[in-house]
Design a protein around this ligand. Structure first.
Ligand code: ADP
Ligand code: MG
Length: 202
Protein backbone atom coordinates (compact mmCIF):
# COMPACT_ATOMS: atom_id res chain seq x y z
CA UNK A 1 0.00 0.00 0.00
CA UNK A 2 1.20 3.49 -0.84
CA UNK A 3 2.37 5.33 2.25
CA UNK A 4 0.50 8.41 3.45
CA UNK A 5 2.47 11.66 3.20
CA UNK A 6 2.46 11.94 7.00
CA UNK A 7 4.86 8.97 7.07
CA UNK A 8 7.59 10.85 5.17
CA UNK A 9 10.93 10.93 6.98
CA UNK A 10 14.13 12.93 6.77
CA UNK A 11 17.55 12.75 8.37
CA UNK A 12 18.90 15.80 10.18
CA UNK A 13 22.37 16.06 11.67
CA UNK A 14 23.41 18.87 13.99
CA UNK A 15 27.02 19.29 12.93
CA UNK A 16 29.89 19.87 15.40
CA UNK A 17 29.55 23.68 15.18
CA UNK A 18 25.88 23.45 16.19
CA UNK A 19 26.83 21.58 19.35
CA UNK A 20 29.75 23.91 20.13
CA UNK A 21 27.57 26.98 19.70
CA UNK A 22 24.96 25.67 22.16
CA UNK A 23 22.24 25.61 19.52
CA UNK A 24 20.95 22.06 20.06
CA UNK A 25 17.73 23.17 21.76
CA UNK A 26 17.11 26.03 19.33
CA UNK A 27 17.55 23.77 16.29
CA UNK A 28 15.35 20.98 17.63
CA UNK A 29 12.66 23.53 18.49
CA UNK A 30 12.57 24.82 14.91
CA UNK A 31 11.65 21.38 13.57
CA UNK A 32 9.43 20.47 16.49
CA UNK A 33 7.26 23.57 16.15
CA UNK A 34 6.57 22.80 12.48
CA UNK A 35 4.56 19.80 13.64
CA UNK A 36 7.15 17.17 12.75
CA UNK A 37 7.62 14.17 15.03
CA UNK A 38 11.04 13.14 16.32
CA UNK A 39 11.31 9.35 15.90
CA UNK A 40 15.05 8.78 16.53
CA UNK A 41 17.92 10.73 18.06
CA UNK A 42 21.50 10.02 19.11
CA UNK A 43 24.83 11.74 19.78
CA UNK A 44 27.84 10.22 18.04
CA UNK A 45 31.28 11.08 16.68
CA UNK A 46 31.30 10.04 13.02
CA UNK A 47 34.39 8.63 11.34
CA UNK A 48 35.67 9.53 7.84
CA UNK A 49 34.23 6.35 6.28
CA UNK A 50 30.74 7.23 7.48
CA UNK A 51 31.08 10.79 6.14
CA UNK A 52 32.27 9.49 2.76
CA UNK A 53 29.37 6.99 2.56
CA UNK A 54 26.94 9.67 3.69
CA UNK A 55 27.80 12.01 0.83
CA UNK A 56 27.85 9.11 -1.67
CA UNK A 57 24.14 8.40 -1.02
CA UNK A 58 23.34 10.67 -3.95
CA UNK A 59 25.45 9.73 -7.01
CA UNK A 60 24.89 13.24 -8.39
CA UNK A 61 26.11 14.98 -5.22
CA UNK A 62 29.57 15.86 -6.54
CA UNK A 63 28.27 17.38 -9.75
CA UNK A 64 25.41 19.29 -8.09
CA UNK A 65 27.45 20.63 -5.18
CA UNK A 66 30.39 21.68 -7.38
CA UNK A 67 28.05 23.42 -9.82
CA UNK A 68 26.27 25.19 -6.95
CA UNK A 69 29.63 26.50 -5.69
CA UNK A 70 30.68 27.73 -9.14
CA UNK A 71 27.34 29.48 -9.72
CA UNK A 72 27.53 31.17 -6.35
CA UNK A 73 30.99 32.60 -7.19
CA UNK A 74 29.85 33.83 -10.61
CA UNK A 75 26.73 35.47 -9.13
CA UNK A 76 28.93 37.48 -6.80
CA UNK A 77 31.31 38.43 -9.65
CA UNK A 78 34.14 36.33 -8.17
CA UNK A 79 36.23 33.90 -10.25
CA UNK A 80 35.66 30.30 -9.03
CA UNK A 81 38.76 28.39 -7.81
CA UNK A 82 38.12 25.86 -10.63
CA UNK A 83 35.60 25.41 -13.44
CA UNK A 84 35.38 21.65 -12.87
CA UNK A 85 32.51 20.80 -10.43
CA UNK A 86 34.02 17.40 -9.59
CA UNK A 87 37.39 18.90 -8.69
CA UNK A 88 35.67 21.43 -6.42
CA UNK A 89 33.54 18.71 -4.78
CA UNK A 90 36.52 16.44 -4.10
CA UNK A 91 38.07 19.27 -2.12
CA UNK A 92 34.74 19.95 -0.36
CA UNK A 93 34.42 16.27 0.59
CA UNK A 94 37.96 16.18 2.04
CA UNK A 95 37.15 19.27 4.10
CA UNK A 96 33.79 17.84 5.15
CA UNK A 97 35.53 14.76 6.56
CA UNK A 98 37.67 17.00 8.80
CA UNK A 99 34.66 19.11 9.80
CA UNK A 100 32.25 16.32 10.66
CA UNK A 101 34.74 14.09 12.47
CA UNK A 102 35.98 16.97 14.65
CA UNK A 103 33.51 16.39 17.50
CA UNK A 104 30.12 15.04 18.49
CA UNK A 105 27.13 15.46 16.21
CA UNK A 106 23.46 14.75 16.84
CA UNK A 107 21.66 12.61 14.29
CA UNK A 108 17.87 12.68 14.19
CA UNK A 109 14.98 11.37 12.14
CA UNK A 110 12.01 13.69 11.77
CA UNK A 111 8.69 12.33 10.51
CA UNK A 112 5.69 14.12 9.03
CA UNK A 113 4.08 15.37 5.82
CA UNK A 114 6.67 16.63 3.34
CA UNK A 115 9.39 16.13 5.95
CA UNK A 116 12.22 16.53 3.42
CA UNK A 117 11.23 19.86 1.81
CA UNK A 118 9.77 21.31 5.01
CA UNK A 119 13.03 20.67 6.88
CA UNK A 120 15.11 22.05 3.99
CA UNK A 121 12.99 25.21 3.99
CA UNK A 122 13.38 25.73 7.75
CA UNK A 123 17.12 24.94 7.52
CA UNK A 124 17.87 27.42 4.72
CA UNK A 125 20.26 27.38 1.75
CA UNK A 126 23.71 25.84 2.01
CA UNK A 127 25.73 29.07 2.15
CA UNK A 128 24.80 30.99 5.31
CA UNK A 129 25.67 34.34 3.70
CA UNK A 130 22.75 33.95 1.32
CA UNK A 131 20.38 31.69 3.33
CA UNK A 132 17.03 33.35 3.97
CA UNK A 133 16.49 35.33 7.14
CA UNK A 134 14.15 33.29 9.32
CA UNK A 135 15.85 30.02 8.37
CA UNK A 136 18.18 28.40 10.91
CA UNK A 137 21.30 28.95 8.81
CA UNK A 138 20.20 32.49 7.91
CA UNK A 139 19.55 33.42 11.53
CA UNK A 140 22.56 31.91 13.28
CA UNK A 141 25.53 31.81 10.90
CA UNK A 142 27.75 34.33 9.08
CA UNK A 143 29.95 31.94 7.09
CA UNK A 144 30.50 32.08 3.29
CA UNK A 145 32.07 30.01 0.50
CA UNK A 146 34.55 32.83 -0.03
CA UNK A 147 35.79 32.70 3.56
CA UNK A 148 35.76 28.89 3.86
CA UNK A 149 37.62 28.51 0.54
CA UNK A 150 40.21 31.13 1.50
CA UNK A 151 40.79 29.30 4.76
CA UNK A 152 40.66 25.82 3.12
CA UNK A 153 37.77 24.35 5.11
CA UNK A 154 34.12 23.32 4.74
CA UNK A 155 31.50 25.99 5.14
CA UNK A 156 30.11 25.81 8.70
CA UNK A 157 26.34 25.83 8.46
CA UNK A 158 25.22 23.94 11.60
CA UNK A 159 23.08 21.29 9.98
CA UNK A 160 22.79 18.51 7.45
CA UNK A 161 19.30 17.80 6.11
CA UNK A 162 18.45 15.20 3.44
CA UNK A 163 17.90 16.66 -0.02
CA UNK A 164 15.31 14.18 -1.38
CA UNK A 165 13.18 11.24 -0.21
CA UNK A 166 15.57 8.84 -1.88
CA UNK A 167 18.59 10.44 -0.17
CA UNK A 168 16.70 10.41 3.16
CA UNK A 169 15.99 6.69 2.92
CA UNK A 170 19.63 5.83 2.23
CA UNK A 171 20.97 8.20 4.89
CA UNK A 172 18.55 6.90 7.55
CA UNK A 173 19.71 3.33 6.86
CA UNK A 174 23.32 4.49 7.18
CA UNK A 175 22.94 6.31 10.50
CA UNK A 176 20.29 4.27 12.33
CA UNK A 177 19.52 0.63 13.01
CA UNK A 178 15.85 -0.30 12.65
CA UNK A 179 15.40 -0.81 16.38
CA UNK A 180 16.66 2.71 17.13
CA UNK A 181 13.62 4.17 15.37
CA UNK A 182 10.57 4.48 17.61
CA UNK A 183 7.01 4.06 16.33
CA UNK A 184 4.56 6.03 18.45
CA UNK A 185 1.51 8.25 18.27
CA UNK A 186 1.81 11.97 18.94
CA UNK A 187 -1.42 13.58 20.17
CA UNK A 188 -0.81 16.57 17.88
CA UNK A 189 -1.23 14.33 14.80
CA UNK A 190 -5.01 14.44 15.24
CA UNK A 191 -5.19 18.15 14.50
CA UNK A 192 -2.55 17.98 11.77
CA UNK A 193 -3.91 15.04 9.80
CA UNK A 194 -7.35 13.80 10.85
CA UNK A 195 -10.02 14.42 8.22
CA UNK A 196 -12.73 15.24 10.75
CA UNK A 197 -11.99 17.56 13.62
CA UNK A 198 -14.34 16.49 16.35
CA UNK A 199 -14.26 15.96 20.06
CA UNK A 200 -13.02 19.49 20.77
CA UNK A 201 -16.26 21.16 21.87
CA UNK A 202 -17.80 20.02 25.13
P1 ADP B 1 23.48 20.94 1.92
O1 ADP B 1 24.11 20.60 3.26
O2 ADP B 1 22.77 22.28 1.98
O3 ADP B 1 22.63 19.84 1.35
P2 ADP B 1 25.53 20.15 -0.02
O4 ADP B 1 24.96 18.78 0.04
O5 ADP B 1 25.68 20.79 -1.36
O6 ADP B 1 24.70 21.17 0.89
O7 ADP B 1 26.97 20.16 0.67
C1 ADP B 1 27.21 19.46 1.86
C2 ADP B 1 27.99 20.32 2.83
O8 ADP B 1 29.28 20.61 2.28
C3 ADP B 1 27.39 21.70 3.11
O9 ADP B 1 26.37 21.69 4.08
C4 ADP B 1 28.60 22.47 3.55
O10 ADP B 1 28.96 22.20 4.90
C5 ADP B 1 29.71 21.91 2.64
N1 ADP B 1 29.86 22.67 1.40
C6 ADP B 1 29.07 22.60 0.31
N2 ADP B 1 29.52 23.41 -0.68
C7 ADP B 1 30.62 24.01 -0.19
C8 ADP B 1 31.54 24.96 -0.72
N3 ADP B 1 31.41 25.44 -1.95
N4 ADP B 1 32.60 25.36 0.04
C9 ADP B 1 32.73 24.86 1.28
N5 ADP B 1 31.91 23.97 1.84
C10 ADP B 1 30.86 23.53 1.13
MG1 MG C 1 23.14 17.92 0.62
Amino acid sequence: MKKHLKEDRTLVIIKPDGIQRSLIGEIIERYERLGLKLVAIKMTVPNATLVEKHYSSDPEWKKVTGTKAIESYLKKGIKPPSNDPIEISNKILANLKKYLTSGPVIAMIWEGAHAVPVVRKATGGTEPLTSDVGSIRGDFVLDSYQMSDTDGRAVRNLIHASGSNDEAEKEIALWFKKDEIVKYKHIQEKILYDVNIDGILE
